[in-house]
Design a protein around this ligand. Sequence first.
Ligand SMILES: Cc1ncc(COP(=O)(O)O)c(C=O)c1O
Length: 249
Amino acid sequence: LVRLRPPDWRLDPVELAAAFSTRTKLVLLNSPMNPSGKVFSRSELSMIAEHVVARDAYAVCDEVYEHIVFDDHEHLPLMAFPGMAERTVRIGSAGKTFSITGWKVGYVTAGAQTLAPIAKAHQFLCFTTPPNLQRAVAFGLRKADDYFTELRSTMQGKRDRLRTGLESIGFGVAACEGTYFLNADFAPLGFVGTDEQFCRHITEHAGVAAVPFSAFYPEPIESTFVRFCFCKSDQMLDDAVDRLRAHLA
Ligand SMILES: Cc1ncc(COP(=O)(O)O)c(C=O)c1O
């Protein structure tokens, strides 16, 4: 693991280099990243690609939030970097791109040689697929660019709506460059307890659920951040803010 740290979640070149060895076969990368909301920059991706090529390794890139990036951030697939096309497996999700999370239909993109064993493994592990949902996703993937740009601007509006609401209650809200998650610090509200206790508290007393940030770490950490999700109707976001305000303010 190469740990990224708030508030800017920058990839440290020294820590990245130290994570590679002669035994490195595979790198896992998630960008835009859940839960940090970070979108990896061109220079960070270029660094990762150079290491992967130098070690003759592969990369599996979870890019399910590829179309949900904000402001002047740009999603750059690692696969498009020099030398990476034949050694990268890119994962996309219809759930995220077409707002149908319950479907659990996604897709992988890879060079033919890399894809052959993946198709075989899929055949033996999953066996069944929902062909008509797949047809619908194929239809969606052929949509004109305006669908994808509208998704982006709609989500950015929801991000700003929830941010404004949470800040008006007194939460400290972290930057969100992509994904549909906002991380909020409850410390300024004066709540005494862990992030898990805070999440349990607002779920039970305000009827609003969030995920404690510590849940995303392999070892116990102290955190006063919780992750809210904003891929909801504007009405639901406003209701959630009202409930939190009534309970916490
Ligand atoms: C980073 C990341 N990868 C993959 C998934 C799974 O996506 P799906 O449920 O569309 O298969 C999620 C869903 O939350 C996610 O956040």
